[in-house]
Design a protein. Structure first.
Length: 151
């Protein structure tokens, strides 16, 4: 026991009978036993949690391996699915048709130049790169600001 945690051997103002001292000792012993029981329960819970986490991790690895095996097995069947004309494989390699191309195919004549004037592609070239106010130097990869000429 620590310096201040031990049993009181002498107190100038309090005197205890033998029965009171025994009751106090029993309470202290019960508190120590309860503390030890809680510690053992906590250690058991920690071990169970570690075991559960390890089992979850093992199951996750097994699922990932199964998924990779299924994907690897399915990779060989892509050509067959495309030949059968499955819906999910039917658009592989097909280019999106513009409005002007669709008009030409359906109507049979070229559209007026002004008809699809404001037609823009869905995804602009460059993948939506941010626009800078300055010029981007390809060699240095840095933004060069536009400076005013001194007069």
């Amino acid at each position: 026991e620590g310096v201040c945690n031990g049993a009181t051997l002498y107190h100038a103002l309090v005197t205890k009978t033998e029965e009171e001292a025994n009751a106090s000792a029993e309470r202290i012993e019960a508190r120590v036993q309860l503390k030890e029981q809680r510690r053992q329960a906590q250690l058991a819970n920690v071990e169970a949690k570690k075991l559960s986490a390890q089992q979850k991790a093992d199951e996750k690895v097994a699922r990932r391996k199964r998924r990779l095996e299924v994907d690897a097995a399915a990779d060989g069947d892509d050509d067959d699915a495309f030949a059968r004309g499955d819906e999910d494989m039917s658009r592989v390699g097909v280019k999106e048709m513009t409005d002007a191309e669709w008009y030409t195919q359906e109507v049979g004549e070229e559209p007026d130049p002004d008809m699809f004037k404001f037609n823009r592609p869905k995804y602009p070239e460059g993948g939506g790169q941010p626009q800078y106010a300055g010029d981007v130097s390809a060699a240095a990869g840095k933004v060069q600001s536009r400076k005013r000429k001194k007069r």
